[in-house]
Design a protein around this ligand. Structure first.
Ligand SMILES: [Zn+2]
Length: 413
């Protein structure tokens, strides 16, 4: 079984309801998984010089008109009505106008942060990131579990810099992609460069510059890529990263876009070394894309057997009988202090039933505590999905867990 919705049911992670199509109801275990991924990404972005921000979910129509989203992306947005006050007659219906739209992406909001004060060349490259709650009005027939949603959180990052700094930012991005994907157990990915679409902003001259800058940078970094005509974003060409999963499927997750258009439309500027105004380039990037979709793909890739660092519950302690309970509780408290997501299974059940239940929930590590283990002050450690069993001390377990629960320790910017 590898459908993420069935796995989510077994693991008690999330569910869907008809009254909120394309939106996820996260359960306690599911939100632990979501947070473990979010926290890992937060550390990665911080290590790479990004600063986290948070911006509103609804933004005024005038902003979307200026950014071009209203014209080019209108059908994909949820427009929000606002009450304009009542007409003179008390019984009259309030006037509703569609002044706001829920953001389908965070670009214009990050532009607003950039423009909130005067910027200097000293701040380049300025890197902002947000776990942005986005809404897209996908047609109901295209919705499919976590793989296509109407509401999702995206690791949405923007860099404001000079053209001469772009190649270095692409290099950083590909380094992040490689290490982050490896931490989730993906070792193969491919690159595609998507060129100008028919519906687009700006002059051909700017598109020529942006496309050749992207192609030359990727070539200079020694990566293979495919070219795709007409598939870029409406504001700039796009580098797309697709990973290969264990079932041989390809999923486009990471994206990086070079954008000369929005900085022009919004008249972005920083003060350069000569005290003159200079226009920055805007780079848009996401490594995971939608976190919900990322989790759906991850569950299917691992058949629910997640890397220990990401798993909602990392280890369960299962005492064989009442007599072994005190030692099991000692192990539980020590691991909890260490920051491990640990559960104690003290129900009155046979050990084989406990193991069956914990396995169904895909808990990666199970520590079995029998009477033999009390005497030797050890535990019997089992790895889900393998026949491996080890008799180890609590100190040894702690030592191993410290490494297993911190993926970012091995990350280098
Ligand atoms: Zn963007």
């Amino acid at each position: 079984m590898s459908d993420h919705r069935e796995l989510a049911r077994d693991m008690d992670l999330f569910h869907f309801e008809e009254h909120s199509p394309g939106m996820v109801f996260w359960h306690p275990q599911g939100l632990k998984l979501f947070h473990s991924i979010e926290n890992f990404m937060r550390q990665v972005y911080q290590a790479c010089g990004f600063e986290e921000v948070r911006s509103p979910v609804a933004l005024n129509r005038s902003l979307w008109e200026r950014s071009g989203h209203w014209e080019k992306f209108r059908k994909g947005m949820f427009v929000v009505g606002s009450e304009e006050g009542k007409a003179d007659n008390e019984s009259a219906q309030p006037v509703i106008s569609s002044d706001y739209a829920l953001k389908p992406m965070s670009c214009p909001a990050h532009i607003a942060i950039y423009q909130s004060r005067k910027r200097s060349y000293r701040e380049n490259p300025m890197r902002l990131m947000e776990f942005g709650m986005c809404h897209r009005n996908e047609r109901s027939g295209t919705l499919s579990g976590c793989m296509r949603l109407r509401q999702f959180v995206q690791d949405d990052a923007h860099i404001f810099c000079r053209e001469s700094e772009v190649q270095n930012e692409i290099s950083n991005f590909l380094n992040m992609v490689q290490q982050v994907y490896a931490a989730f157990g993906y070792n193969q990915f491919s690159l595609q460069i998507s060129l100008r679409p028919e519906q687009r902003l700006g002059s051909d001259h700017l598109w020529d510059r942006a496309e050749s800058l992207l192609i030359q940078s990727v070539q200079a970094l020694g990566h293979n890529y495919q070219l795709a005509a007409n598939e870029g974003a409406f504001y700039g060409p796009k580098l797309e990263i697709s990973l290969q999963d264990a079932l041989g499927r390809s999923w486009q997750c990471g994206t990086f876009q070079i954008d000369f258009n929005l900085p022009q439309v919004f008249e972005l500027a920083f003060v350069n070394e000569q005290g003159e105004l200079e226009r920055p380039v805007m780079l848009h990037q996401a490594i995971l894309g939608s976190l919900e979709r990322w989790i759906g793909i991850l569950l299917e890739h691992h058949r629910g057997l997640l890397p220990v660092w990401a798993a909602p519950t990392q280890i369960a302690i299962a005492p064989i009988s009442d007599k072994t309970f005190v030692w099991a509780e000692t192990i539980f408290s020590r691991l909890k202090q260490l920051g491990v997501r640990v559960e104690l299974h003290d129900q009155d059940q046979t050990i084989s039933k406990k193991i069956r239940e914990l396995s169904k929930r895909r808990i990666p590590l199970i520590a079995i505590v029998g009477e033999q283990e009390i005497k030797s002050k050890t535990l019997n450690l089992r790895f889900l999905g393998t026949v491996e069993q080890q008799e180890i001390s609590l100190d040894q377990l702690e030592h191993r867990l410290v490494k297993l629960i911190t993926p970012s320790a091995s990350f280098s910017p």
